[in-house]
Design a binder for this molecule. Structure first.
Ligand code: COA
Length: 161
């Protein structure tokens, strides 16, 4: 049986911190689905289609990574797709309480034996978030090394419009 894992988030956009979690998690499972959450009440910087395109481009070197989207309850998506693991990255202790809450709620909602698995974010990315990247980039600061060059180009393109 294929051991499928899930890594979900807004990924607006996907950063090198996310990519580090993806590369490590992909080695642990037969396949890893990177799923972009569609939130109809929130307008992102990038559209969902653009986020998918970026995620596909920056993960194209990892053969067992798939990119998908989902809307609604994460647990429904997990239950429908038979993931054995839901991977989360922990950046700092400040992430812990929220992650604990979500993991415990999801554990009630998962109908199978899916486990939430935590990977510690590589220290060089522990301070970044997608919002911080967008803020610094939009004000002309350097985000080199924190996002893929492709993503950087897409941000510049978007800001110039
Ligand atoms: N490296 C760099 N940045 C990281 C990171 C890492 N390893 N891990 C997280 N981040 C950043 C993200 O970019 C994000 O930044 P932003 O807030 O500036 O956009 C921030 O940390 C929070 O990330 P995360 O906790 O993954 O939130 P998210 O909004 O990306 O995704 C969902 C959260 C979509 C997975 C969650 O809200 C969900 O499950 N939604 C579906 C509805 C549902 O089922 N709700 C009940 C859950 S119990």
């Amino acid at each position: 049986m294929e051991r499928k894992a899930l890594y979900a988030g807004s990924f607006d956009p996907l950063t090198n911190g996310h990519l580090n979690i993806i590369e490590r998690a992909a080695k642990m499972y037969d396949s890893l689905t990177v799923a972009i959450a569609i939130n109809p009440h929130k307008t992102g910087f990038f559209t969902v289609e653009e986020r998918v395109q970026i995620a596909k481009e920056v993960t194209k070197h990892i053969p067992n990574v798939k990119v998908d989207t989902f809307e609604g309850l994460l647990a429904d998506y997990v239950n429908e797709n038979g993931f054995i693991a839901y991977v989360r990255g922990l950046r700092a202790t400040t992430d812990f309480e929220n992650e604990l809450q979500m993991a415990q709620m999801n554990a009630r909602l998962f109908t199978g034996e899916t486990e939430t698995i935590f990977l510690m974010t590589d220290p060089q990315y522990s301070f970044i978030s997608s919002s911080l990247i967008k803020e610094v980039a939009s004000l002309g600061g350097s985000v080199e090394g924190l996002i893929a060059p492709y993503t950087s180009e897409r941000i510049k393109e978007k800001l110039s419009k």
